[in-house]
Ligand binder design. Structure first.
Ligand SMILES: Cc1cc2nc3c(=O)[nH]c(=O)nc-3n(C[C@H](O)[C@H](O)[C@H](O)COP(=O)(O)OP(=O)(O)OC[C@H]3O[C@@H](n4cnc5c(N)ncnc54)[C@H](O)[C@@H]3O)c2cc1C
Length: 401
């Protein structure tokens, strides 16, 4: 078993292969110098903690030695030869495989405007080092992109006494993943703390310490950060003629168009039996873990399809955003107000099936309902909309129905 990429998904897959009974060799080849580590803290505690940030190694990677899993770090794979079932590394090494897993993740999307090279990005532990020096008291951080990473960066900058200006080319924040009401609340939280926004305008050009917008405005700051999304790392798959479309395409069992090659995590665009025929690519820690665990199992045992409900979160200040399932498949949206700060939306498909849920506010208030929502989505439940809306009625009762 060979795995390309040494992130969260790879670590879970390798451990799952052993858990499924595989006793042969497992080799993970990753270009970073660290053992697989958790990326979510990079935009949060790794920036705000006073101490120097340490790599937080994934739980499964701590078991590599005990499980007899070989991890080749600092090693970039440059080619897959499907005919001879071998991969080739930049150092000239050749490694043969019986089954191969692509867990190559994603890279921060660069800003393709004049001076785009001045903008810093955040994907790796090393990127945090570059950013930290600009996140102190009195600094002004210019963030291009009002998505989750951009907003978390703005919150972290703010917590350290800096001010952030977010430039977003859509009319509002988070158009892709949440209701306008949640986006407005998030924006308000930032504004109250002194962060600023520019909407519906693009960046024309960048200099080391300023951005010029397409409306002619020039904003000065200490650093420019590009937070304009991530692109799946599909180059190896494309070169090997494996099917790719916004990620490495897989069926619900996480098999690619080559029966001996699998894909999972941020690089994979996978079918999911709960959410129709269209394959979906998710950038989520939990999805990377769930898909890793499933694919590791499927590479050893008779395969079973994805069933875990996709889920992600974002922490900003003392609030959390959580999204489960596929809200974009919803035809009807039902609001459930949990308290003055915390709101939950349910997304029902045309036939009344619960396909998604999104909540924003205090974790302690929303956590239970979001857990139940995931279970209802997994069960393809068709809950009564009035029941969902009534915050005094316990969602758990719907599980028994
Ligand atoms: C700053 C940040 C904050 C985040 N916060 C959250 C959050 O709050 N909540 C949430 O749900 N998700 C969050 N995520 C997303 C989550 O971390 C990712 O979805 C998850 O890490 C994906 O894991 P992965 O293993 O698929 O890919 P990755 O973690 O990207 O790992 C892929 C690895 O493969 C390596 N690789 C690629 N190509 C090659 C090659 N040719 N040869 C060798 N190695 C190669 C890469 O260098 C990388 O180390 C965050 C991500 C970032 C970047």
């Amino acid at each position: 078993m060979v795995i390309i990429g040494a992130g969260e998904a790879a670590a879970c897959a390798a451990a799952a292969m052993r858990d499924a009974g595989w006793t042969g060799a497992i080799t993970i080849v990753g270009e970073e110098r660290h053992r697989p580590y958790e990326r979510p803290p990079l935009s949060k505690s790794a920036l705000t903690d006073e101490e120097q940030p340490e790599v937080r190694v994934s739980a499964e990677a701590l078991r590599f030695d005990a499980l007899g899993i070989v991890h080749k770090s600092d090693t970039r794979v440059v080619r897959i030869d499907r005919a001879s079932k071998q991969i080739h590394t930049l150092d000239g090494e050749t490694i043969g495989y019986d089954k191969l897993l692509l867990a190559t993740g994603a890279q921060a999307r660069p800003l393709l405007v004049g001076g785009g090279e001045y903008a810093l990005t955040l994907r790796s532990h090393e990127d945090v080092w570059a950013l930290r020096q600009f996140f102190g008291k009195g600094r002004h951080v210019l963030i291009v992109g009002g998505g989750l990473i951009g907003l978390e960066l703005a919150a972290s900058a703010n917590e350290l006494g800096a001010c952030a200006t977010i430039i977003e080319n859509r009319e509002r924040l988070l158009t892709r993943c949440v209701e306008a009401q949640i986006a407005e609340t998030i924006q308000k939280t930032h504004t109250q703390r002194g962060n600023r926004f520019r909407f519906a305008v693009d960046v024309e050009s960048i200099e080391r310490d300023s951005v010029t917008l397409t409306n002619g405005e020039r904003i000065e700051g200490d650093v420019v950060v590009a937070a304009v999304g991530a692109q799946p790392d599909v180059a190896l798959a494309e070169d090997a003629d494996i099917e790719v479309d916004n990620g490495i395409l897989t069926d619900a069992f996480l098999r690619t168009s080559d029966p001996d090659i699998f894909a999972c995590g941020d690089c994979a665009c996978a079918k999911h039996p709960l959410f129709g025929d269209r394959p979906r690519r998710m950038e989520s820690w939990q999805v990377a873990r769930d898909q890793g665990a499933l694919v590791g199992r499927n590479m050893v045992l008779p395969p079973v399809p994805q069933s875990a409900v996709p889920w992600f979160w974002s922490d900003q200040y003392d609030c959390q955003l959580q999204v489960a399932g596929m809200p974009d498949l919803g035809a009807t949206v039902v609001e459930r107000r949990l308290d003055s700060e915390t709101i939950l939306y349910f997304y029902l498909s045309k036939n009344g099936t619960l396909v998604g849920a999104a909540a924003y506010g205090y974790l302690r208030t929303l956590a239970k309902d979001m857990l139940v929502s995931q279970r209802l989505i997994a069960a393809s439940a068709k809950p009564d909309a009035a029941f969902l809306a009534a915050a005094d009625r316990r969602l758990k009762a719907l599980l028994a129905a």
